[in-house]
Structure formats: C-alpha cells, structure tokens
Design a protein around this ligand. Structure first.
Ligand SMILES: NC(=O)c1ccc[n+]([C@@H]2O[C@H](COP(=O)([O-])OP(=O)(O)OC[C@H]3O[C@@H](n4cnc5c(N)ncnc54)[C@H](O)[C@@H]3O)[C@@H](O)[C@H]2O)c1
Length: 317
C-alpha cells in the first residue's frame, strides 16, 4: 500500500525530505504547500507532484493525502500537527514538536483521540549508528554520565529570519540542536525522574547562540552543550556515555552532518553515511506498518520550558 504525503513548508528541510520521499517505495508525495506565493507550484513541478497550494487547511483536504509532513517554522508545528490529526491524517512533524510541554502533550492527545500516528522527526534516533550505541548500553546503574554536544559552525542563514524570532522559533541553539540531544538522553536512559540542574546561555541577539544544560536523570549527570556559529574548525556532534567499564561514543566524522560512527573505548564498532532523511522515512514506514510511532517523551519539553523560564501551560496552539 502506498501512503500519500502532503508536505507543508518547502524550505531546506521540506525539500530534502521530498527528494528522498519521491525515491522511497511505499511513499508518494501527492501534495505540497507553502505560504510563499509560487513556491509550492515550483516544487510541485520539479518533483511531479499533483497538487500544490498556499493554504495549510487546503492541504488537509487535498486528494489522496494520508499523512501530513510538517516542515514549517517551529511555532507552527503543534497546531498544524493537531489540525492534521483532527482531520484524520497521520502527522510526521519536524522537531521540536512544540514550544511548550503543554502543547506537546495536547498534540499527543490529538493523536490518541484520532487514532493516528504522531511521528516526531528526531532524526538521529533512527540511525543505525545510534542503534549500535544503544545496544552497547549497560543497565542504567552502570552509567556514570552523559556528555552530548552539537556545535554547529554554521547558524541559520539570514534568509531564515524566523530562527532568530523567539515567537516563531521558541529559542535559539538549545531549541534547534539541544532538543535532539535531550531526546536521545531521555529516550536511551528512560529515567524515572529527570531534573534540570543548571542552565547557561550566551549570545547577544534575541535568542541564545550558545547553551549549556546540566540535567540529572535518576542521578546520572547529563551535560548538553550546543552552539550556532561555533568558532571550532569543524562542526561537532557527539553523544558520549561513560559507564563503569567503558566509554561509548557516537559522533560525526570530520565535521560532516551526514557521516557518523560509534566507538567503544575508541574502537569503531559502526560507521555509516546517510542523508538522515532516508532513515527518518524508513522509520516512518515502519511506524505506519506497525501502527505504532516512536515514543515522544514530553519531559524533553518540560526541560526546555524550565531552561527558558517559560510557563509550561502557556499555549501557542
Ligand atoms: N530533523 C532535523 O534534523 C531537522 C533539520 C533541519 C530542520 N529541521 C526543522 O525543520 C523545520 C524547517 O526548517 P528549515 O530549515 O527547512 O526552515 P526554512 O525557513 O528553510 O523553511 C520553512 C518553510 O516553511 C514555510 N512556511 C512558513 N509558514 C508556513 C505555513 N503556515 N504553512 C506552510 N509553510 C509555511 C516558509 O515559507 C519556508 O519555506 C524547522 O522546524 C527545523 O527545526 C529539522
């Protein structure tokens, strides 16, 4: 069976997903939508997509759409995913799922109510190299600590102004990059209790360009460091777990955004290049086939609410 995808938001990520989706058996991009006049039509022509439009509500009613793929600015994700789910569609939504824990929960509730899949694109979760790291994890009482970093030598370009507007982005590097690392940590450790210990931000604009978070997960210290426009020679992405006996590490290779490896005490045990989108789409197909989406832990959003000093219930949806 082929699942018809309607893609909302045709910027960098939207187009990257479409490019891989049109080559994925079992998925078909049947509709595309963007608020910028003409953009959807141009993308539809390029990828031979039947329907294009400028209004999100029209996308929900486009022919043969089974799932809505949401690649719009962060602040729109929760409300658009809820609208899609309420319209009887599955939702594949970019991270962050929501700008508050309350909105993340409301979106999960909409999926349960509508009996549809809510699949959040925490891209790294779906990589083989991360699966290998996870296989090597000992019982949590042998885990001594986690250090996770995402230092991106680039930042969102000037054409993506919304990343710098808190009302649209929800925050800077921590929201953009840190959400991946917090998700990995909470998913892998599955702690009973997770607590924010400290937070520090830097940057002279309206959103932080650097952030450090210290979190305790059942007493296990987790340090998360993120930055945009990092002065390092190359982008660093890593997730390192110190156990009582070993150091397990997942990292990018040579500054790449698409080449990763996993090491145990420095020995490479897995290495692979990926478009990332291919892994997301494969995982999405598995979710459709099994009827179960990968778990979404709203505590990730509670940590972000606390880090930014937000009222968790103040809805954006
Ligand atoms: N999973 C990942 O690793 C990953 C990687 C990159 C980006 N992302 C996420 O993807 C999202 C988009 O990022 P991007 O870099 O492509 O941004 P972008 O600015 O390049 O694209 C956003 C697009 O959404 C469109 N848009 C705005 N309002 C809209 C609406 N109401 N309906 C439809 N379209 C609308 C804009 O015109 C633009 O074309 C962000 O939430 C980002 O966090 C995720």
């Amino acid at each position: 069976m082929t699942t018809g995808l309607g893609v909302a938001g045709l910027g960098g990520l939207g187009e990257a997903l479409i490019k891989d989706a049109v080559a994925t058996e079992g998925l078909r991009v049947v509709a595309v939508q963007d608020v910028v006049p003409g953009r959807a039509r141009a993308v539809a022509e390029q990828y031979a997509v039947d329907w294009s439009g400028e209004r999100f509500d029209a996308l929900l009613g486009a022919p043969r759409v089974d799932a809505i793929v949401i690649c719009t600015p962060n602040a729109l994700h929760a409300a658009q995913a809820q609208a899609a789910l309420d319209a009887g569609k599955h939702a594949l939504v970019q991270k962050p799922l929501a700008l508050t824990c309350g909105d993340a929960q409301a979106t999960l509730d909409a999926a349960r109510r509508g009996n549809r899949l809510l699949f959040v694109d925490y891209s790294y979760r779906f990589l083989d190299t991360i699966a290998v790291l996870r296989q090597h994890l000992p019982h949590t009482n042998a885990i001594r600590g986690v250090r996770a970093t995402f230092h991106n030598i680039y930042g969102p370009g000037v054409e993506k102004r919304w990343f710098y507007e808190p009302a649209l982005s929800g925050g800077g590097a921590l929201t953009d990059l840190g959400v991946h690392l917090l998700d990995l940590a909470v998913w892998m450790l599955a702690p009973r209790e997770v607590r924010l210990e400290s937070v520090s931000f830097a940057g002279d604009g309206p959103v932080e360009t650097d952030g450090r978070l210290l979190v305790a997960a059942d007493g296990i210290p987790i340090q998360v460091d993120v930055s945009w426009n990092s002065p390092l020679p190359a982008t660093q992405i890593s997730f390192e777990v110190r156990t009582s006996e070993h150091t397990l590490r997942w990292e990018n290779v040579d500054g790449s955004f698409f080449h990763f490896r996993t090491t145990v005490d420095g020995r490479v045990v897995a290495e692979r290049e990926t478009t990332l989108r291919e892994d997301t789409l494969r995982a999405f197909k598995r979710a459709l086939a099994s009827g179960t989406a990968p778990s979404v832990d709203t505590r990730v959003y509670a940590l972000l609410d606390q880090a930014y000093g937000r009222d968790a219930q103040s809805g954006t949806s």
